[in-house]
Design a protein around this ligand. Sequence first.
Ligand code: C2E
Ligand code: MG
Ligand code: MG
Ligand code: MG
Length: 285
Amino acid sequence: RAKESGRNTFALYKPEMQAISDARLDMEKALHHATEFKLFDLYYQPQTNDKNELIGAEALIRWKDEKKGFISPAEFIPVAEEIGLIVEIGHWVLNEALSQVATWLKEGKWQLAWRMSINVSPIQFQQAGFLPMLKAQLEKHDVPASCVDLEITENMLLNDLASCLDKMNAIKALGVHLSIDDFGTGYSSLKYLKSLPIDRLKIDQSFVRDLLTDKSDEAIVHAVIAMAKALNISVLAEGVETLPHYDRLREIDCFFYQGYYFGHPLPPREFITAFVQDLPEPPLS
Ligand code: C2E
Ligand code: MG
Ligand code: MG
Ligand code: MG
């Protein structure tokens, strides 16, 4: 059929393109397998305040494929969203993160004031079953809702603002916190921000990266902080990699941080060893 329609369609049959779709199919297959057998891990990255105290951690999924090694979530999460696996993966993430908090609470390694930040895909959030699932998970693990922070993105609000708002209010009513992740990269509207039950904005790392050299990035970050303050929303800067970045952020009244300067995402045990002081002896096993 391609031959019939002439030369213009030749590009459809380039071997490179075949290779791309083969790689994509391979990834889809591997993702199905990994989801079925729960071959993921969660790493934890510290979140801190301007007194250098831990305020929580972000749970970040890791996938180590047998053949390809670590594959970035930036690469496989969008695929999981497209093929519908994100709902099951997101459920696994929530279960794993809450189970970890429950364990750390029991071991005296997690403080009630700390928050576990969990990324929620828009597709997962929009599921009719999301709220009951969240409630069931909190009960199952007996974790206080106030220890949980869900990270959602601005673009989610585009879809159906009214139902989104209802769900966010219901989540807040449980006592769970809500953050907007990658703030500034999506289709934000100041009008929405005013009416949403949001606790925290996470300024996207792209603004933080050039903070010291790019005057307009500094102006943006400064403006976001001023606006958030007026709306009584806290602001956390993502991607804080150096001391000068940290210093500048403090100068412009940003008091919560996450980034390699403070610590990389780590597996649970390493996270505790590196960031949680005054640990009791590890339990005998
Ligand atoms: P995110 O939620 O914005 O997470 C922050 C990302 O920035 C993480 O990448 C983290 O490792 C990285 N990062 C932290 N500090 C620094 C820094 O100082 N410099 C730089 N350059 N990067 C830093 P990661 O773990 O590769 O995750 C990428 C994205 O994948 C996440 O962005 C999030 O959108 C998504 N993701 C990760 N885990 C999950 C998950 O469990 N569920 C869902 N739905 N998405 C996830
Ligand atoms: Mg996040
Ligand atoms: Mg982010
Ligand atoms: Mg992101």
